[in-house]
Design a protein around this ligand. Structure first.
Ligand code: 6PG
Length: 472
């Protein structure tokens, strides 16, 4: 119907905004792309509007779409994660030939991707799970890409992916991650870290708003300042931008008229579900997910606010010192959160036999994605220097940063507690740090309790073996 030539190097199915923008990015780099959408009207509209002047061809049917592509076909799916991906695969497969490559660019669960890799292989096709981050703008101008699947298959699409991905001084934000679900797993962990970052920033905002009574304008200046230093990142930058915006109707800061109930699509939950499955402590990310759940209890919270009492929320001490303490608490907590994310990647790598390269992963998160930040360059450096680091907190740069931030971090958390302002992710991060550095935790007592009521046995510090004490 709207095709402009017969052979296209790549195809894309799913013209919601991410799909459209990714298609435009690909076409803008000179790759001829064919597009198809379940609601076919959208195709012609896209090709004739945003696709004008670019090597974009539209198809009115799946048969027409697949006929437009050079073989082996390379097809990116940008459809909603879950059942829609399976439905689309089912519709697509009858039109494919052996050796064709299907690339799922949605936020799919990595277990689904592993299954689809197996199923496609059985049918003679190749399936890749491609983590894509950066939102609408990233998709258009340069996303962070996390490709997983067979490496030889990745190589066939690598030139396109490298050319559309974000670029930073350290390199390109697209690195082959590993087999089957590895790319989507890395995207899930990215999102868990994204949840952690957003919650930590929100806690800093909460402390400054409630304890110091700072206005949105004051806060905008604080976050702007923070974005010039070690916290420099996309999320801090947009936070300052958000705080500056005024509602056209009321003149109030937009942030002050938004209901304090967080939504979510579930990728943060997937991160902590995987952490539970793999036995990895990820308390910062977990608290970030739980904080969203707690925020959803809006009605109950409003009622409880009139029943359950707490201390006066105003901080009477030095304002500048407290702001600096909150800054340091945010930075140190962020380090803990990333340490948890990378620890989770290490456990998943072992469990699923992925040979993950943490330096590469830090690089592909350095730009384009939602968690892009200056300090990811330091994470990359740390893992390049020692790929067997047991925990990011032990890398010399981060160990020093934690030591330097420590007193202020404790002060910010303690003050939050004294004032009754919740800081679940700050606190969980500090507990993570203190637990990880504790040579002796109280689990000896816990083991004794287990042995007492269930004869679950314990090991001794002074000699090897498994023991049971006759408690009764
Ligand atoms: C990205 C984002 C993106 C998105 C998710 C999470 O990397 O571009 O992570 O995938 O924002 O949908 O959003 P929720 O907060 O709704 O879970």
């Amino acid at each position: 119907m709207t095709s402009k030539s017969t052979q296209y190097e790549i195809g894309l199915i799913g013209l919601a905004v991410m799909g459209e923008n990714l298609a435009l990015n690909i076409a803008g780099k000179g790759f001829a792309i064919a597009v198809y959408n379940r609601t076919v009207d959208k195709v012609a509209h896209f090709v004739n509007s945003r696709g004008q002047g670019l090597p974009v061809g539209g198809a009115a049917s799946m048969a027409e779409f697949t006929a437009m592509l050079t073989k082996p076909r390379k097809i990116i799916l940008m459809v909603k994660a879950g059942q829609p991906v399976d439905d689309m695969l089912q519709a697509l497969v009858p039109h494919l030939d052996p050796g064709d490559i299907i690339i799922d660019g949605g936020n799919s669960h990595f277990e689904d991707t592993r299954r689809r890799c197996r199923e496609c292989k059985e049918q003679g096709f190749h399936f890749m799970g491609l983590g894509v981050s950066g939102g609408e703008e990233g998709a258009l101008k340069g996303p962070s890409l996390m490709p997983g699947g067979e490496e030889s298959i990745y190589k066939q699409v690598e030139p396109i992916l490298l050319s559309i991905a974000a670029k930073v001084p350290e390199g390109v934000c697209c690195q082959y991650v590993g087999p089957d679900g590895a790319g989507h797993y890395v995207k899930i962990v990215h999102n868990g870290i994204e949840y952690g970052d957003m919650q930590l920033i929100s806690e800093a905002y909460h402390l400054m708003r409630d304890a110091l009574g700072l206005s949105a304008d004051d806060l905008q200046q604080v976050f702007d300042g923070w974005n010039q230093g070690v916290l420099e990142s996309f999320l801090i930058e947009i936070t300052a931008g958000i705080l500056a915006r005024k509602d056209a109707e009321t003149g109030k800061p937009v942030v002050d008229i938004i209901v304090d109930q967080a939504g979510q699509k579930g990728t943060g939950k997937w991160t902590i579900q995987s952490a539970l499955d793999l036995g990895v402590p990820t308390p910062t990310i977990t608290q970030a997910v739980f904080a969203r759940y707690m925020s959803a209890y809006k009605k109950q919270r409003m009622e409880a606010a009139n029943i359950l009492t707490g201390p006066d929320r105003r901080y009477a001490g030095n304002k500048g010192e407290f702001i600096k303490a909150i800054h340091d608490a945010l930075y140190a907590s962020k380090i803990c959160s990333y340490a948890q994310g990378f620890d989770l990647l290490a456990a998943a790598g072992k469990a699923y036999h992925w040979d993950l390269n943490y330096g590469d992963i830090a690089l592909l998160w350095r730009g384009g994605c939602i968690i892009r930040a200056r300090f990811l360059a330091k994470i990359e450096e740390s893992f390049r220097h020692n790929c067997d680091l047991p925990n990011l907190m032990l890398a010399p740069f981060f160990r020093q940063a934690l030591i330097a931030a420590q007193a202020n971090w404790r002060f910010a958390v303690k003050t939050g507690k004294e004032l009754g302002i919740p800081t679940p992710a700050f606190s969980a991060s500090l507990d993570y740090y203190d637990s990880y550095r504790a040579a002796l935790l109280p689990a000896n007592l816990l083991q004794a309790q287990r042995d007492y009521f269930g004869a679950h046995t314990y090991e001794r510090l002074d000699k090897p073996g498994v023991f049971h004490y006759d408690w009764y």
